[in-house]
Design a protein around this ligand. Structure first.
Ligand code: SAH
Length: 486
């Protein structure tokens, strides 16, 4: 971070604006809006500045720049049209340890004036650190459209009732619940409808109602496979509002980073060799315990909680204990990792269906292996690396063609993503040769070969070409590493 953002109170403080033109006038007006005492110095002044002076709102110093002007002020804005002069003012300001903004000249400035979205008392400031004002403007436009003017009114209302809220809703937890109600409930919608008196009545009514004991809640949230950009808006919001986060091994650090700073984070992942039953019991227990304290618990799982994620069991436990819950779906690895590997799961020329399976089923004779071995369908195996030998032999034994393409996706959607493509007959040996580890997702089926042509993310190791079988697929693109198999 190049610039440290601060919001300053300029009320009653003297600020110097050097310059007498339109830019100086604009700066003077915005400083006045923040309650500053403005001193403007220049040999000549715009009509606007003269009339501000006539209304006694600005003090004018009509002469060439004089270093003594700097003696009585807190901040300096240089808006002259001479870079030379601006530079020497900047130097003098620096010597006197005064912060200075030279308009449109980040190099000479020690502070920048950000773009703002003003919903006073809520003010959002945006800065590109002086490097790309256009970018900051774009961001501002977006934010303008996100927060309509009712947000200002809402913030004013909250400020007006702040002490009542404090005394009637003591404790951080209860207060947060009240503010959530304020933002999401009838008050906000009345303000949006420009019914400020109704909004006022609603807040008073709510504050005078005896408070119910806070009820905690569990949000079962899918975190997606790793790239934080793949979180849903609801998941992001849940992370922002969490009191406690119970997260798994598969949840990436980048995703956790987005959570509310003071949320308690508890790792509940299963470690290899640990008793899975005991881990699961501990998770159940933690969810119930924290929710009963009235906390908002986010149970955060990699991918989607209902896809090989035991989400169902956890909800059954909550129901049995009368704990309310919500479910926020996430992008499951089978969809997201394949998208990042350029594999269209049901490309209509190659597959008519897709099946999500766990590789743990490799040793299950009751599975309909005969149908799984049919061509023209895509199989996506979760938790595959350790079962790869069994999977390969089962499918081959039941008649899936040895030249069926496969893709193994390691660390899908993350910065370390690797994709290995080859033929089913070589699956286990290639995976071992390239040391693929968990988490990896295995795709078997004709569509896996498309990943060589549609690869767009991370590293791709392609062994399809090295196969002796006829290859109906195009050569991989240059950026696809074609590593020969030893
Ligand atoms: N609920 C999760 C799956 C949990 S099972 C989901 O919906 O995605 C764990 C398995 O998911 C891993 O063994 C691996 O096969 C797959 N997986 C999850 N995230 C992955 C990732 N980023 N890259 C590759 N595979 C992943």
């Amino acid at each position: 971070m190049d610039l440290f953002p601060i919001f300053t109170s300029l009320k009653g403080r003297r600020i110097l604006v050097v310059g007498g033109g339109a830019v100086a006038e604009r700066k003077a007006r915005s400083l006045l809006a923040a309650g500053a005492e403005v001193l403007a110095g220049a040999p000549a002044f715009s009509r606007g500045l003269l009339s501000l002076a006539a209304e006694a709102r600005v003090e004018l110093l009509q002469e060439e720049f004089n270093p003594e002007w700097l003696d009585s002020v807190w901040l300096v804005v240089a808006a002259t049209d001479s870079r030379e002069l601006n530079r020497s003012i900047a130097q003098l300001a620096e010597e006197k340890r005064l912060f200075i903004n030279v308009v449109d000249d980040p190099e000479l400035s020690s502070f920048q004036v950000p773009s703002i979205v003003d919903r006073s008392p809520l003010v959002i400031a945006i800065s590109s650190s002086g490097t790309a004002p256009v970018l900051a403007r774009r961001v501002r436009e977006r934010i303008e459209s996100l927060f309509d003017h009712s947000w200002g009114a809402l913030a004013q209302l909250a400020a007006r009732h702040r002490s009542a809220i404090r005394s009637l809703r003591p404790g951080l937890q209860r207060r947060r619940q009240f503010y959530d109600w304020l933002l999401d409930g009838p008050v906000a919608s009345k303000l949006r409808a420009n019914r400020s008196a109704d909004a006022e009545r609603a807040i008073l009514q709510e504050l005078s109602r005896p408070e119910k004991a806070p009820i905690g809640e569990v949000l079962l949230v899918g975190a997606g496979p790793g790239d934080p950009g793949l979180l849903t808006l609801k998941a992001l919001r849940a992370l922002n509002e969490a009191d406690v986060i119970l997260y798994d091994r598969l949840v990436s650090d980048e995703v956790l980073e987005l959570a509310r700073r003071d949320a308690e984070r508890i790792f509940v992942g299963k470690t290899p060799g640990e008793n899975h039953h005991a881990t699961q019991m501990r998770i159940h227990d933690l969810m119930v315990r924290h929710a009963r304290k009235g906390q908002r618990v986010v149970r955060l799982k990699g991918g989607d909680a209902f896809v090989f994620g035991r989400g169902g069991e956890e909800l059954e436990h909550l129901t049995a204990h009368d704990i309310p819950f919500q479910v926020v779906p996430g992008l499951t690895a089978g969809l997201a990792c394949t998208a990042y590997a350029g594999i269209p799961l049901t490309h209509r020329e190659h597959a008519h269906s897709v099946r999500f399976l766990t590789a743990h089923s490799a040793n299950r004779p009751d599975l309909d292996w005969k149908s799984l071995a049919q061509p023209g369908q895509t199989l996506v195996f979760y938790m595959g690396v350790s079962q790869i030998v069994d999977l390969q032999s089962q499918l081959l034994k039941r008649g899936r063609a040895p030249d069926t393409p496969f893709a193994l996706i390691e660390n899908g959607t993350r910065s370390q993503q690797r994709v290995l493509t080859g033929r089913l007959s070589e699956l286990a040996s290639l995976a071992t040769y390239h040391s693929f580890v968990a988490p990896s997702l295995l795709v078997i089926g004709e569509v896996a070969a498309l990943g060589t042509k549609l690869s767009w993310y991370g590293m791709h190791i392609n062994h399809l070409e090295s196969s002796e079988h006829d290859n109906q697929f195009r050569r991989p693109q240059d950026r696809t590493a074609n590593i020969a198999h030893a």
